[in-house]
Design a protein around this ligand. Structure first.
Ligand SMILES: Nc1ncnc2c1ncn2[C@@H]1O[C@H](COP(=O)(O)OP(=O)(O)OP(=O)(O)O)[C@@H](O)[C@H]1O
Length: 671
């Protein structure tokens, strides 16, 4: 860079006649930047002006070219070093004596006040642009390095440019011998130059701050650039944020639109609901009115209901009485005859001749198989005759009124009598797919108990299962060997068995389960007439204890369902003792019934366990139904006729009118 600066030798190239060979010349920073101000430090040592005028130095265009280059290449560091060198030289420089020509140039205002002001300005903006400073200096250079003619022109132009600028000193003319005058003039000029120097020094002092300002500006610039970068990043972030916010805003807008739609629909719904609410309120008030009316009606109806209940209770009593009167009219002991059909396995057996005259009478005859001649013809009448095609439900339909009587507080006894294999067990128990009288009775009982409950009756149902085998009592619900006896009850009309298991049953299925257990425990064996013959009398006893708390009424009824052992001819029996016992007990049964028929004073109830147990049922305070079961076969003809005769005689037997059980005290712990 220094190479671009004008060489010190440049000055020496100027022809300065009268000056010493090596004048001390300092190039001020202002000179470097265009203000070429050669100053002498000791103006008092100015040599004497030669008597002749030195020729004007030839204008040298070379420095101008160099300055142009300088303008382009000046940097802040150059300025800084220039300033340093300037400061060094300023403090103790020695100025070369001012040649006349140079002094004349120097006497011109070096800088317009405007230019000085430019220097004085901190010019933060212009400082950052390093090229701007030399621009000002260039102008100055142009003005300070003129040719002879140009210098004169420029001095004139400058003087005329501004009245504020100091006017160019008027050149005094002295006589060649007026050295004193010349000296005085030089002194004045020296003074003026000194003042200018001072001013320039001040201006240069201002310039000293430029590097610092530059550094500061540079730092600020870096910081600003950094800030700019950060700001750019921030702007990018903000733009991204902005985009995401825009997306969010759009989704929120959609949501808001959706919510608005929902709100609108809700508003619509609300309006509808509000309208409905108004209607409901209206209806509610109407309903309240109706409710008040109904409440009044209800209270009056309650009174009526109570009256109706009383009437119903009384009507029920009347119904029971009427029902029992009908049964009484039919007879307290009723006999139903049932002829069973031959089984598939029995189709090869000869049948008797059966004529069913009407629903209550039949005719039976035996045919001699060989000649086909009729030997005997017997006609019998019963309360009802069930022919072989009669179904189980037909049978039970005729039985059910008796079950109703048991709920009304009567003792009921239903038993099946007949030869072995004649269908007693089928009639009483039935088979799994075709239930007999006992299971159907259980169902009807629990169904009726429900209906009675509506009328205020609560029923407790107890069940016990007893077997009489070879005149010994067995509890069919217990496997324990127990001492069991038949005893007379406190009221002298009722019979009970000691140590027997009686179970309170809540449901029909509960009772059916007990029946199944009892059936499993019953003694059976194979006979000629039946593969699984019942070799004992089985008695199922169901007790019904009804209470009507409101009326303080108690109804106690019982049902004895008896499946008798089958009678068997001793000729065909393989178990003689068993057969004898069965036949004897059945014979005692016929004796008792015949005694009752003949109205004998003594009725031999205690001759057998069976008659003793059935005493209340046969003796009067009971409604009794006897099934006479008959097998249809010719080889059973004799036994069938015997049974039918017995049944017919029983049917004609008039038992004493059955009485309703005495109502016991409700607190009786027996129940
Ligand atoms: N009405 C009927 N319809 C169809 N089958 C019947 C009918 N009555 C009885 N039976 C059948 O005849 C057979 C003998 O009947 P059941 O066992 O009831 O005779 P029972 O009189 O009880 O004999 P036992 O006295 O020896 O016990 C059984 O297989 C039974 O299913």
């Amino acid at each position: 860079m220094d190479s671009k600066l004008p060489k010190p030798g440049f000055q020496s190239s100027l022809k300065r006649p009268g000056f010493s060979a090596n004048p001390v010349k300092t190039i001020l920073p202002s000179d470097r930047i265009g203000l070429k101000i050669p100053l002498t430090t000791n103006l008092l040592n100015i040599p004497e002006r030669p008597k002749f005028r030195a020729a004007s130095p030839e204008p040298n265009p070379k420095p101008l070219i160099n300055r142009t280059k300088l303008r382009r290449s000046k940097s802040v560091s150059d300025l800084r070093s220039d300033l340093k060198s300037f400061n060094l030289k300023r403090n103790g420089p020695t100025f070369a004596p001012i040649p006349a020509k140079t002094a004349r140039v120097a006497s011109k205002p070096l800088m317009s006040s405007k230019s000085v002001d430019n220097f004085k300005k901190p010019a933060t903006s212009s400082i950052s642009r390093t090229a701007s400073v030399p621009v000002i200096k260039r102008n100055a250079v142009t003005k300070t390095a003129p040719t002879k003619s140009n210098a004169t022109k420029s001095a004139t132009a400058t003087a005329s440019a501004s009245s504020d600028e100091p006017k160019a000193p008027v050149k005094k003319k002295f006589a060649p011998y007026d050295f004193k005058g010349k000296y005085q003039d030089l002194l004045e000029r020296h003074k003026e130059l000194k003042e200018k120097l001072q001013k320039n020094q001040e201006a240069m002092g201002q310039l000293e701050t430029l590097p610092d300002l530059y550094d500061e500006s540079q730092t600020q610039l870096f910081a600003t650039q950094e800030d700019l970068k950060n700001s750019k990043v921030e702007v990018e972030c903000l733009q991204r944020e902005c985009k995401s916010q825009e997306v969010k805003i759009s989704s929120i807008t959609k949501c808001l639109q959706k919510t608005k739609d929902e709100l609108d629909s809700l508003l619509e719904t609300y309006k509808q609901l509000n309208a409905e609410h108004e209607l409901v309120v209206k209806e509610a008030s109407e309903l309240r009115e109706r409710s008040a009316n109904l409440f009044e009606e209800n209270s009056s109806m309650k009174i009526e209901l109570e009256e109706c209940k009383d009437q119903l209770f009384q009507a029920n009593i009347d119904r029971k009485d009427l029902h029992n009167q009908i049964l009484d009219l039919r007879g307290n002991i009723r006999v139903f005859c049932r002829i069973r059909p031959p089984l598939q396995s029995e189709l090869d057996r000869n049948l008797c001749g059966w004529n069913y005259l009407d629903e209550a009478s039949l005719e039976v005859n035996n045919f001699e198989s060989l000649d086909g001649k009729q030997k005997a013809n017997h006609k019998f009448s019963f309360d009802y005759v069930f022919h072989p095609k009669s179904r189980q439900e037909d049978v039970f339909e005729m039985v059910s009124p008796l079950i109703q009587s048991a709920l009304d507080g009567y003792n009921i006894c239903i038993f099946a009598y007949g030869q072995t294999g004649s269908g007693k067990t089928f009639t009483m128990d039935g088979i799994s797919e075709d239930a007999g009288v006992i299971p159907r009775t259980v169902d009807l009982l629990f169904e009726s108990v429900k209906n009675y409950k509506r009328m205020g009756w609560e029923y407790k149902i107890k069940a016990s299962f007893l077997e009489i085998y070879n005149e010994v009592l067995y509890d069919l619900l217990s496997n324990d060997q127990k001492e069991m006896e038949i005893r007379m009850g406190k009221n002298k009309t009722d019979i009970y068995v000691t140590n027997i298991t009686d179970v309170v049953v809540e449901t029909a299925s509960n009772l059916r389960h007990l029946m199944h257990v009892a059936k499993q425990n019953r003694a059976t064996a194979s006979t000629v007439g039946n593969e699984r013959s019942s070799r004992s009398h089985a008695v199922t006893k169901i007790e019904l204890i009804g209470t009507h708390k409101e009326k303080g009424e108690i109804s106690i009824g019982s049902i004895n369902l008896v499946d008798l052992a089958g009678s068997e001819s001793p000729k065909t029996s393989t178990r003689m003792n068993e057969t004898k016992s069965i036949n004897r007990s059945l014979s005692e049964l016929t004796n008792v019934i015949l005694a009752l028929l003949q109205k004998q004073d003594y009725i031999p109830y205690r001759n057998s366990k069976l008659t003793h147990l059935l005493m209340p049922s046969l003796g009067g305070n009971s409604k009794t139904l006897m099934f006479i079961n008959v097998a249809p076969f010719l080889d059973c003809f004799v036994e069938s006729v015997k049974s039918l005769r017995f049944a017919a005689s029983v049917n004609s037997c008039k038992l004493a009118k059955a009485k309703k059980n005495k109502v016991l005290n409700m607190n009786n712990s027996d129940w």
